[in-house]
Every structure is written in C-alpha cells, then in structure tokens.
Design a protein around this ligand. Structure first.
Ligand code: ZN
Length: 224
C-alpha cells in the first residue's frame, strides 16, 4: 500500500484533476467533514418536527410528543453526536430580557385549577431562549380571554404551544386575551395527533375527537 501524505486541499485538487483528464483511476472520496456542518444548520420554527425520540434525546429548545421531537425555538437544529441530544439553538446569542408587553411563545407544562404553567421558548422580535429568567411563567384563569372562563381545561391542555403577552415580569404572568393570542398548536388528548382548526373548535384528523381551546387567530401557522 502506498503511503503518501497529501494535505486535504491538495487531495481535492488531485481528485478533480484526475476526473478532468478522463483517467480511469478512481478518485479517492473527498473527506466531507466541513461540508457535513451545513447539514445541521437546519432553520426551524416553533412546532417544527426535528427528529424522533428513537434517534435523539430532546434537549434545549425542543419538546417531545410521543415519539416525535419538535422545536420550541426559532433557530438552528444542533445535534450532539456523543449524547444524541438534539437542541434548537436560538438565532441570536445575546440573552434577551423579557419586558412587559412582550409577546412570547411558550409550552404548557402543568395545568392547575386556576393557572396554566408554561415554559417560554421565544420572545417575538428579540430572539429566543437563554433569557435571564428560567423561562417559567403562568397564565391565570382571569387572563385567558376577555369573557369569563369557567373551566381552564377548556382553554388549555398539557403540551399546547401558546402565544401570549407578558403582563407582569415580577411574577411572570402572561395573558392570552387578544384575538391573535392563545393556542398555536395542540394535540389530541386521546391519540396525541396535532389538532386542526375546525371553525371555532379543534378537531383530531386521526380519531375525530373534537376539543376546545382559547385558539389564536394564527393557529397552525407558526406565525409569532
Ligand atoms: Zn385523536
């Protein structure tokens, strides 16, 4: 075996040259280390599918629904090859400060009688994640919509992606009392299929179940 140390760049040129000269000699495959980096720079929006739990562990800026992993951020998909952790790296590196009046995208992580607890994934117009808070916030039953809410479980459900406005940064209170605010993406509580908007309700395309939510006018669009 011929042992010949050729710098990577020279090897590439050599391969090109042999191709051009019409030689039958099979060119060595060009190492594609640098090129592979581009494959991971996939730009995603909140709710976009990024992988399965069979392949990856859901990391920062993602959430899992059954065996699928989705983005909670606007940013780029990053895969840690060693740990198999998949995360979505925010578009910006500067930690944004959450202010009153900001519109955020968050996921419902806990449902209580009078409050829905959420994890904030993105701030409209300010980039995403790594904020100077831990991302936890709450939507109180009185801030869901302009009209009276009898049962919070008719408005939100676990894993829902919601768009909400920050009304108090002291205790991180959010409000969804506007046409554009509310649930952006929801899953069937029976079979976990993403629900589709059907007039004023949400319908499961898989099992036909109908559910109610405080739906955002932008439901299903991914628009913040
Ligand atoms: Zn269903």
């Amino acid at each position: 075996m011929k042992s010949e140390v050729v710098p990577k760049k020279a090897k590439k040129e050599k391969a090109k040259a042999s191709k051009a000269s019409g030689s039958d000699e099979k060119p060595e495959p060009i190492p594609a280390e640098e090129d592979n980096m581009e494959d991971e720079s996939i730009f995603v929006m909140p709710g976009d599918f990024v992988g399965t739990t069979e392949e990856f562990i859901a990391g920062d800026g993602t959430y899992a629904n059954v065996s699928d992993i989705f983005s909670l951020n606007i940013g780029y998909v990053n895969i840690d090859r060693k740990s198999r952790k998949i995360s979505v790296i925010p578009k910006t590196d500067i930690p944004p400060v959450i202010e009153e009046g900001d519109v955020v995208v968050a996921q419902v992580v806990n449902m209580r009688d009078s409050v829905a607890l959420v994890n904030i994934g993105a701030i409209k117009g300010k980039g995403e994640r790594e904020f100077q808070t831990n991302g936890s916030a709450a939507i109180h039953v009185s801030n869901v919509k302009d009209s009276y809410v009898k049962n919070l479980s008719y408005e939100f459900s676990m894993s829902d992606i919601v768009k909400a406005k920050v009304i108090n940064t002291q205790n991180m209170r959010l409000s969804t009392a506007h046409k554009s605010l509310g649930v952006m993406k929801a899953y069937c509580s029976k079979c976990r299929t993403p629900l589709v908007k059907d007039e004023k309700k949400l319908k499961c395309p898989a099992c036909g179940r109908t559910e109610t939510r405080k739906i955002s006018a932008d439901y299903g669009t991914g628009i913040i």
